[in-house]
Ligand binder design. Structure first.
Ligand SMILES: *Cc1c(COP(=O)(O)O)cnc(C)c1O
Length: 433
């Protein structure tokens, strides 16, 4: 099946006497056992079935199979949010004394998880000077458990050369962990380029309507954990927390995702609710159509902004002079993602007047919603930083980040135009005579 078809059908077939065409919502905490023997077989992971919805649930399982299919992985695990997915993805392979090597430009909360939370648990994260394989490589040592990047960075829109980074990581016997939230599997399937583990915030394009938080971890199924037994004892030696289970031996291509479920999610508990899994499945049915429109609208907005004399700069990976343009051709089929950043003439004050004047375009911090949404990082997501730190993170005082929605393009452009006019009026009024 192609992506568009998998988004609607993968992972579910109506069965049983009810034959519900829509995926049923199994709103239950627990599942009944036939007998003590049946329960024991389930607890030994020998029989297929369900025990308790913190570990697995039939509605959530459909979502897991659908996401695994969309990404081309051997299996997936869904969790309560994208951050829970990132935390558990690392927890499954890294313990105290170990490290992760990461690219520098990543989502703010992931940066905080990596620089403030994991280090207190003994897992250090080494940020490279840039996202190039050459800058990442020298940071890898015998205790490196993964290299991390975002396929397309939020908010900067930087595109990573996944194939080059995966080849380099594999040379050292280290897996590549990729956050693929921004392109979604509609535009990019990192496993095809060598990624070993993919994580998602389902909250964004996959859910697509800004209603539901969710996260996913996808196992690529190709990393040879058993060939690197010294680096990965957690997959090659008996798991004390699971009466001696050896994941690599028992599960082969799904060893990693089984450890995520049975070691991490079972004990830390950031489970996705069945109702939220249903809502996310509803969103995913239309993801391919929506992303197509997001991409087309963003291109029109980027081009209009670039022509507009009231705009001082626009960052959009789809412009042929963008440093990321060749990677957009290679990895995204020429479809730059629908995130773009720009500056209004007149500095921070004009930027905030523009932001306040937006009508149709919502002021909030989310992306991938059907609605067009805008964020002013200097006054919100990056407010705690000093102006110098903001500049280092690529945030200028006037910068506005847009996640272009799927409304009619003329309505989006009209709203931006009237907000720019409002920003200029204020500017003239304030200008020295
Ligand atoms: C939003 C986001 C996250 C976090 O996801 P939540 O569902 O909000 O927890 C992680 N990575 C990226 C790239 C994101 O955009």
């Amino acid at each position: 099946m192609r992506t568009e078809t998998m988004a609607i059908h993968a992972g579910y077939e109506a069965d049983g006497p009810v034959r519900s065409v829509a995926v049923p919502i199994y709103q239950t905490a627990a599942f009944e056992f036939d007998s003590a023997d049946h329960a024991a077989a389930l607890f030994n992971l020998e029989a297929e079935g369900f025990r308790y919805s913190r570990i697995s649930n039939p509605t959530v399982a459909v979502l897991e199979r659908r996401i695994a299919a969309l990404e081309g992985g051997s299996g997936a695990l869904c969790l309560g949010s994208g951050q829970a997915a990132l935390h558990n993805a690392v927890l499954a392979i890294a313990d105290t004394g170990r490290n992760i090597v990461a690219v520098p430009q990543i989502y703010g909360t992931t940066h905080t998880l990596f620089s403030h939370v994991l280090p207190r648990m003994g897992v250090t994260v080494r940020f490279a000077a840039s996202e190039s394989a050459a800058d990442l490589e020298p940071l890898i040592d015998a205790n490196t458990m993964a290299v991390f990047c975002e396929s397309v960075g939020n908010p900067a829109g930087n595109v990573c050369d996944i194939e080059a980074i995966a080849t380099m990581a594999h040379r050292h016997g280290v897996p590549l962990l990729v956050d693929n939230t921004v392109p979604s599997p509609v535009l990019l399937r990192p496993i095809e380029y060598g990624a070993d583990i993919v994580v998602h915030s389902l909250t964004k394009f996959l859910g697509g309507h800004g209603t539901t938080l969710g996260g996913a971890i996808v196992d690529g199924g190709h990393f040879p954990w058993d060939a690197h037994a010294e680096r990965f004892p957690m997959l090659n030696q008996p798991d004390e927390s699971y009466h001696g289970l050896v994941y690599a031996e028992r599960f082969g291509a799904t060893a990693y995702i089984e450890r995520c479920r049975n070691f991490c999610l079972r004990t830390t508990g950031a489970a996705l609710s069945p109702l939220n899994a249903f809502l996310l499945l509803q969103g995913i049915e239309t993801v391919a159509l929506r992303v197509e429109r997001h991409v087309a609208n963003a291109r029109r907005v980027a081009e209009a902004l670039r022509r507009d004399p009231r705009i001082s700069w626009v960052t959009y990976a789809g412009f042929p002079d963008s440093p990321y343009y060749p990677l957009v051709q290679k990895y995204l089929g020429g479809n730059a993602c629908s995130l773009l950043t720009f500056g209004v003439h007149g500095g921070a004050q004009a930027g905030m007047r523009f932001y306040d004047a937006l009508g149709l375009v919502k002021r909030l911090v989310n992306l991938g919603d059907a609605k067009s949404v805008a964020c002013h990082p200097a006054s919100t997501t990056h407010r705690q930083m000093t102006p110098a730190q903001q500049l280092k993170a690529g945030i200028t005082p006037e910068a506005i980040r847009l996640s272009v929605g799927i409304e009619h393009i003329d309505d989006i452009l009209a709203d931006i135009d009237q907000a720019l006019a409002a920003a200029q009026v204020g500017r003239d009024a304030l200008a020295p005579v």
